[in-house]
Design a protein around this ligand. Structure first.
Ligand SMILES: CC(C)(COP(=O)(O)OP(=O)(O)OC[C@H]1O[C@@H](n2cnc3c(N)ncnc32)[C@H](O)[C@@H]1OP(=O)(O)O)[C@@H](O)C(=O)NCCC(=O)NCCS
Length: 177
């Protein structure tokens, strides 16, 4: 199966939002409280409008995954001492259930690391839902190290992870640009 990765188009805000919502619905079925709020379409729109931040993966059957990759270090989580400019940050990574389990998430993280490296950044970073042990162990299996857990009452995310931008695990299918 060939996987193509491309920028999301301006008319695909709802498409990306629907993939995120669908992931939230799956998360609810496995008993997670992650992503149980409406999709933030204005943020999705802004990342698409930026031109090279919001990405979609498709195979012959259609869309299978999305992620957003940008330089936005959430100031509630990342501190000046972390050198926020030294990384690109992964947001809203989703692999649709029908395509899950084939290593696509791992391939997306390799791809994101390569982009970070090309942008001259030393790290690939993300913040994960801090109470979600399964998600956190997923990232640990993907070679991410826990930086720290930020506990803010109004935020459910805050488990901060990073991996050197140069890491390639090569566990998933190739993503063609
Ligand atoms: C994370 C994700 C992109 C990885 O996709 P993938 O490479 O195809 O890997 P899988 O979906 O098979 O996930 C790997 C394992 O982690 C588990 N997992 C993934 N995301 C999880 C989550 N948010 N909460 C709990 N478990 C999760 C899966 O159930 C699976 O467990 P298993 O091996 O016991 O079956 C995909 O699982 C996903 O879209 N998850 C929901 C959205 C999400 O949490 N994104 C990351 C936000 S920081």
């Amino acid at each position: 199966v060939t996987h193509l990765i491309r920028r999301a188009r301006p008319d695909e805000v709802d498409t990306v939002a629907a993939m995120w919502t669908e992931a939230g619905q799956w998360l609810a079925t496995i008993g997670s409280d992650q992503w149980q709020y409406p999709a933030r379409t204005e943020r999705i729109g802004a990342s698409i409008a930026a031109g090279d931040e919001c990405w979609l993966v498709e195979d012959a059957g259609g869309l299978v995954a999305t992620l957003t990759l940008d330089g936005h270090a959430d100031p509630e989580f990342w501190r000046p001492a972390d050198d926020p400019g030294a990384a690109l940050y992964v947001h809203r990574m989703v692999v649709r259930r029908a395509a899950a389990g084939a290593g696509l998430g791992s391939a997306l993280l390799d791809w994101a690391g390569a982009r970070a490296e090309r942008a001259g950044r030393a790290w690939l970073r993300l913040d994960a839902w801090r109470t979600n042990a399964r998600l956190r162990s997923y990232y640990e299996r993907q070679g991410f190290a826990l930086v720290r857990v930020v506990e803010l009452a109004h935020r459910r995310s805050g488990a901060l992870y990073q991996r050197p931008a140069g890491v390639r695990l090569r566990r998933g299918p190739p993503l063609l640009g």
